[in-house]
Design a protein around this ligand. Sequence first.
Ligand code: HEM
Length: 448
Amino acid sequence: MASPDSDDPRPPCAHAQFDVGSTDDSLSRMVQDGAEFGDIYRVHAPGRNSDTWVIADPDTIKRVLVSNYRNYTIGVGLDRVRILVGDGIIVSEGEVWKRQHRMMQPMFQRSRVERFGQLIADINRRRLASWAEKAASGEMLNVTRETSESALEVVLRATLGADFDRLLGDLGANPFAMLTEEAARDLRFAFRFRQLGKHIESVIARREASATADAPRAADAAGDGDDDWLAMMMAARDRRDGSSMSHRELIDEVMSIIVAGHETTAAVLNSVWYLLSQHPEVEAKLHAEVDAVELADLRLSSLESLHYTHQVILEALRLYPPVWVLTRRCIHADRLAGYQAPAGTDVFMSPYVVQRDPQHWPEPDEFRPDRFGAGAESAAHRFAFIPFSAGPRHCVGETFATYEMAIHIYQAARQFRLRCAHSGPREMEARINLRMRDDVLMSVERRG
Ligand code: HEM
């Protein structure tokens, strides 16, 4: 095996060749290869006719994502996402990304995020009414479908405000429902998803027309819901040159927010309910916390005071990170863990692999939210826990997602307990996001 001191300045090479990230078995291969080749190795990717370097060493991850991030683009891993979101912020690079980030980052600041608390709680309240019916009738709840529909409604209402209901009324159905109704994420799906941009375009045009009619200052074209994300993006001006976003850019960013914010949050909530049903002692501790607190308001700080609830969310994110692989490509040669990576090297890092590495997480496959208690093992290495990535390209929606998940769990766990007939580990599917292969069905019991 090569080492940094040997004559071969490259890390060990896995036996099998494959296009890491592009095959359905990529994650299981990465787990196997990591066990055999360690924290840094390379795989020949025939499709790209180049080596991919796979890294699971926290210090090297830190170098790629943070200390030397200027030397990296996001590279090849997001090709499939690019079809869904065009040139949106998730996939853009260089000056284009910097401008998008400058214009969009304020939308996700704490004070802005907090304004959506009531919206999220109202959506949950409506949806939990159907849980109550199921508790009474004994009908099973499809938790995967439920968390997916709930997260989709949140992201669509936060983005489009009152225009979401207008779209439902005009079209007679939610055009974005394909995200919850269809499991495939293939090219056909991507093409049909892109077509939905025309509905966003019609909302933008209507808002601009009504702003022009109300006051001839297109610069303030914010429509009815001037607190929603689309309104914020329409009103945003780049502080460098005062420019606004074009229609194309607005559509791509709306699609990006929907893609980034829906399936990720839904997958974590799905995992949380499944894991709670398998661990009654954790569930009891969570119940004790949510029962003890009567939240008079939905301030972010109030939700953040639910410490154990957050530990449960973090532990679910550790075991089942929806974004299971992060990709970068180095611009100039770089030295990684003592090896010389040539310019243009693709570097892949898997939150799933590093977050289950026994070097950093004792009994890594166990669900133990206490790991995230004060002074606990999670403090061991910051870069062994990267579900939201790190550095300048880390998830801009992290605060929103955590707030949304905490409100959901707080409201639902105070009233209901979910029980699952299935026990033991679930089969996972690592495509654009990591999710459970089969829907999770549970019975609903009313508490207290
Ligand atoms: C549990 C839920 C979520 C997880 C685990 C998650 C994870 C991530 C990760 C790992 C990245 C960075 C990828 C990289 O470094 O290459 C990312 C980026 C991003 N996320 Fe999230 N995300 C979540 C929820 C959300 C939500 C709710 C939104 C918005 C409503 C959002 C918006 C974004 C955006 C816009 C980016 C691109 C940021 C940039 O490149 O500047 N995410 N997310």
